[in-house]
Design a protein around this ligand. Sequence first.
Ligand code: SUG
Length: 442
Amino acid sequence: MSASEANFDGLIGPTHNYGGLSDGNLASANNAGLTARPRDAVIQGLDKMLDMHNAGLWQGILPPHQRPFLPALRALGFSGTDKSVYENGWKSAPRLMKNLMSASSMWAANAATVSPSPDCADGHLHFTPANLSTMLHRSIEHEQTGRALSAAFPFAKVHKALPAQSVFSDEGAANHVRLCSERGAAGVELFVYGRDGYAPAKSGFPARQTRQACDAIIMRHGLSPERTVIALQSGAAIDAGAFHNDVVCVGAMETLFFHELAFEDPSKVKAAIFAASEGLFEPRFVEVPNSDVPIADAIKAYLFNSMLVRFPGEDRLTLIAPLETQETSSTREYCRRLTAGNGPIGAVKYVDVRQSMRNGGGPACLRLRVTMTENEWSQVNSSMTMDAEKHEQLIKWAKLHYREELAPDDLPDPSLLTESFAALDALTKILNLGSDFYPFQR
Ligand code: SUG
């Protein structure tokens, strides 16, 4: 059956700021306290979505989450009006408040793990929203994510997140790659984990995905074990700042593009992919040596956190990379050679997502890939898809509601709460999400 891949991007929310919240994410740590530009950020994201739509790809939009997330404060004992809960939160628990302000749902690659219908035993499209339990500010996302996915994909099976417990730490599609020859046919799903959930914690940066989370998702999505590969991320990559595997690896169609140090045992991973794809397709590996692109450069420039897409009518793939990849000499030179050859990746296009990049989110972090048949795509909530008209409408909405600048000292201002909720309320109308989509509306 004819099928394509849609990109659903996380719309960047009005409280976008640099909170320094993610241990192990070097950009988040190094840019903590900078003044953010929420309006520029959301426009950068919207422009990327429109570019992909204009290039002929299916493009959707996932709404930002409610921030500040007052339900968490109320659950912890704060009470009173929204304004007093907010003000008291900042007075007595400023660190917690920073976590409840983050616009981190923009990084939709972490929203869920997605298995398209040809891979699943019951023939349905499956989503498992990620519990994101390693980071406090992200652990509050999964419920609203499930609601957004159910609104966008009413025909799909949207599971609950895995138990929010260290053994089942799950970061969604950031640690998952699907390879295939044709999108509508069965593919091979690669799951990458950083630690055994039962093993004692190691020193160094946290490994955010466990083996147990991968096993559970494979089982609940009804994936065939013969067509599934589970690989261990390398500790060296995590400690160099690859907090998610998609910082050092991306794949599309038959091609896996990855850094030499991405996996603990790359030969084993390649052999397992060969075995799993037998009879379906011949995998193609583009492995980037550390001598060409040192791991530190790969992480700084986010070469692998690019979208690897096949534009309609083209045989070869295009890498949609951040401007930072062009500005770093080793990655720029690597891309030049890559596209001059006759391998599977034929072009590189650079996009400006700098506001997100400063928090460690490149072009690939901002999107969730959902492979669908034409029939499934026709059932997607059309208010949540992108076209020129929707882009214009959302740019106007952003210009009306978003601040140009947001510094750390601006966060406790209660008018930010009012502005943010007004923006989200207006958005529910544009995306046709109903008047009870956000907790503050209920
Ligand atoms: O989870 N940054 C995100 C970046 C997520 C990138 N996603 C993928 N690689 N798929 C994270 O670390 C920083 C927020 C702050 O510090 O304000 C943050 O959450």
